[in-house]
Design a protein around this ligand. Structure first.
Ligand SMILES: [Mg+2]
Length: 298
């Protein structure tokens, strides 16, 4: 109860009233946020997901996962909203989503896609170059069964995780591998980001924050009133996402510890994974509705 009250206070500090009845967008990380770190379940977030659906709020998945993985989850969630894959490598809008006009997008696999990252073959060229001299392994170098064992994913899910378009998850020894990789990576216009279990090698423009900004701007130009954005994440690779939303929500790790992240007005979820996600979203949307929000439709 104390935790819930403190959560409501944190949300009030975010001055939700300024949203009035304007449209809302929610951006969320998946692993360790909407999905539990250990069992990848979103069952505990069912109430919040139902509220989001009833209020017509787009839920934009923003993850290090691949398009193939996100497509499976979207069908489980029964969702048709746009999504951001591979740490901001690409933004995918369903082909006829809300009649949106998106001239910056290219057509790919039935979506309108905005690429922000480098093409995967370029990323692999750098990995293969570094691998000649240093111990370093990416998903491309692993059998599906090994990826399953390392991640806790099923073999079927691991096969989806192997279908890369923009980034490569890497296992590397921090003492040796990181610096040896950084120099050739930078020379190729790539950068290295730490995720929950792996490091991720990606293009310079490959960024969750840029992807959030761009997605918001595409929604905003089709809506007359200012959008309120909510973002949820648990790891350093979510910091750009959290910096680019009006209400940033930090989810703790399963041990209860939060990443050190100094951002004004950050809301700290009371529990890890889908339980914490559910607590914050139900409280936040309840507060919005009390302040006059009805639906996202204008
Ligand atoms: Mg995460």
């Amino acid at each position: 109860m104390i935790k819930l009250k403190s959560l409501q206070m944190q949300i009030k500090i975010n001055n939700i009233r300024r949203a009035k009845s304007g449209p809302v967008l929610i951006f969320t990380d998946l692993d360790g946020s909407l999905l539990n770190h250990d069992d990848y379940s979103f069952e505990a977030a069912r109430t919040a997901l139902l509220m989001i659906r009833q209020l017509g709020i787009p839920l934009i998945l923003c993850t290090s996962k691949t398009r193939a993985e996100v497509e499976v989850l979207r069908s489980e969630l029964d969702m048709d909203d746009p999504f951001i894959v591979e740490n901001g490598g690409g933004i995918f809008f369903p082909a006829s989503y809300r009649g949106f006009h998106i001239p910056e997008a290219v057509h790919r696999n039935g979506y309108r896609m905005i690429p922000l990252g480098a093409p995967y073959p370029l990323v692999r060229i750098v990995v293969d170059h570094v691998r000649q001299h240093f111990p370093l392994r990416g998903f491309s170098d692993m059998e599906t069964a090994e990826i399953a064992r390392l991640t806790g994913l099923s073999v079927e899910q691991a096969a989806m995780a192997k279908k890369r378009e923009f980034t490569e998850p890497l296992l590397l020894n921090e003492d040796v591998g990181k610096d040896d990789l950084l120099t050739p990576a930078r020379a190729a216009g790539l950068r290295l980001v730490r995720g929950g279990r792996f490091w991720h090698l990606m293009g310079e423009g490959n960024d969750k924050g840029t992807a959030v900004e761009l997605t918001k701007s595409i929604f905003q130009r089709h809506l007359s009133r200012p959008i309120l954005t909510i973002g949820l994440g648990d790891s350093p690779n979510d910091f750009p996402l959290l910096r680019n939303v009006d209400v940033p929500v930090l989810i703790p790790h399963p041990d209860g510890e939060y990443e050190t992240f100094d951002l004004p007005r950050i809301v700290k979820a009371p529990q890890s994974g889908s339980k914490g996600w559910n607590a914050v979203i139900t409280t936040l949307l309840g507060e919005l509705v009390r302040n006059g929000f009805s639906t996202n439709h204008e």
